[in-house]
Write a protein that binds this ligand. Structure first.
Ligand code: ADP
Length: 267
C-alpha cells in the first residue's frame, strides 16, 4: 500500500485540509519496478569496468606503453576488469536461465560429505596464501542427499570464497556438516568483518553489497549469494545468515535428504 499526502491551503493562508490518497501497489507494478531496477543495475555494473578499461587503454596509448612497470600494471588491471565482466555476464546468463525455468537440475543421490571435502581440498591452496585455517567438521560416514552436484559445488564455492575474501589474515574458516532428522545443515563460519544486522537480509538480493567499493575491488559480481539462494531453493532447501559486525559471519544451508519429497516432484 502506498500513501500520497497533499496539503490543502488557501493562497498563502493557513493549512485547512489534508488529502490522503491510498493506492494498492499491485504485484505487477512491483515486478515492473524490480525489472527496471535490475536493468539499471546491470547497465551500471557493466559501465563501471568498461569506463575503467577505457581510461587504462588511453593511458597506455598516451605513453604508459613505453614504461615497463606501468605497462605491466595497466595491462593487469585491464585483464582483471575483463575477467570480472565475463564472470558477471556468466552469472547473469545463469540467473536468466533460472528466471525462465530453463535450468535443468540433474538430481542424484550423492554423499555431501565427500563433496565438501573435495571443495575444501580445492580451497586449501587459496587459504594457505592468506594464512587462513580451513577447519572441517564432517562426519566420517557418508551422508547421502539428492542433489545436482555441479550446482551444489557452485553454491559452496560462492559461500566459501566469500568467507575467504572477508576473512582477516590468520583467521579460521569452519566448514561443518550436521546431519539432522529431516534434513542436513552445512555451515560456513568465518572470523571476518561481519555484516551489520540491518544489511543481513539483503545480502541474498541481486547486486546487493554491504560495501560496494570494497566488494568490487575483491572481484565480486554481487550475484554470488543470489545464485546460491535460488539453487538451494530449487533443491527444496533454505539459506540463511548469522553474523556479528567485526566478529564474523556464518552462512547456513539446510537441504532435505530427498528433493522429491520436499519439492513435491513426482517420483
Ligand atoms: P559479492 O560478489 O559482492 O561477494 P555476493 O552475492 O557473494 O556478492 O555477496 C553479497 C554481499 O554480502 C557482499 O558484497 C558482502 O558485502 C556480503 N558478504 C557475503 N559474504 C560475506 C562474509 N562471509 N562476510 C562479510 N560479508 C559478506
Amino acid at each position: 500500500l502506498e500513501a500520497n499526502f497533499s496539503v490543502i491551503r488557501n493562497e498563502d493562508g493557513p493549512v485547512n485540509g489534508l488529502i490522503t490518497v491510498l493506492h494498492d501497489v499491485t504485484e505487477q507494478e512491483k515486478i515492473d519496478r524490480e525489472r527496471k531496477e535490475f536493468v539499471a543495475n546491470v547497465s551500471h555494473e557493466l559501465r563501471t569496468p568498461l569506463t575503467s578499461l577505457k581510461s587504462y587503454l588511453e593511458a597506455l596509448e598516451d605513453g604508459a606503453m613505453l614504461d615497463d612497470t606501468l605497462r605491466q600494471r595497466f595491462l593487469k588491471v585491464t585483464q582483471n576488469e575483463t575477467e570480472r565482466m565475463i564472470r558477471l555476464v556468466n552469472d547473469l546468463l545463469q540467473l536468466s536461465k533460472m528466471d525462465s525455468n530453463d535450468l535443468k537440475l540433474n538430481y542424484q543421490s550423492s554423499d555431501i560429505g565427500s563433496l565438501l571435502h573435495e571443495i575444501g581440498d580445492r580451497f586449501e591452496m587459496v587459504t594457505k596464501d592468506k594464512n587462513i585455517q580451513l577447519e572441517r567438521v564432517i562426519p566420517s560416514y557418508p551422508v547421502y542427499i539428492d542433489m545436482d552436484q555441479d550446482k551444489m559445488v557452485q553454491v559452496f564455492d560462492n559461500i566459501i570464497s566469500n568467507a575467504v575474501k572477508y576473512s582477516p589474515d590468520g583467521g579460521t574458516i569452519t566448514l561443518k556438516l550436521h546431519p539432522r532428522g529431516q534434513n542436513i545443515a552445512v555451515t560456513v563460519r568465518d572470523e571476518g568483518v561481519g555484516i551489520p544486522k540491518e544489511n543481513q537480509k539483503k545480502i541474498f538480493d541481486r547486486f546487493y553489497r554491504v560495501d560496494k567499493a570494497r566488494a568490487r575491488n575483491l572481484g565480486g559480481t554481487g550475484l554470488g549469494l543470489a545464485i546460491a539462494k535460488e539453487m538451494v531453493q530449487a533443491h527444496g532447501g533454505h539459506i540463511g545468515v548469522r553474523s556479528e559486525w567485526e566478529k564474523g559471519t556464518t552462512i547456513i544451508v539446510t537441504l532435505p535428504y530427498s528433493v522429491y519429497k520436499k519439492a513435491g516432484v513426482n517420483e
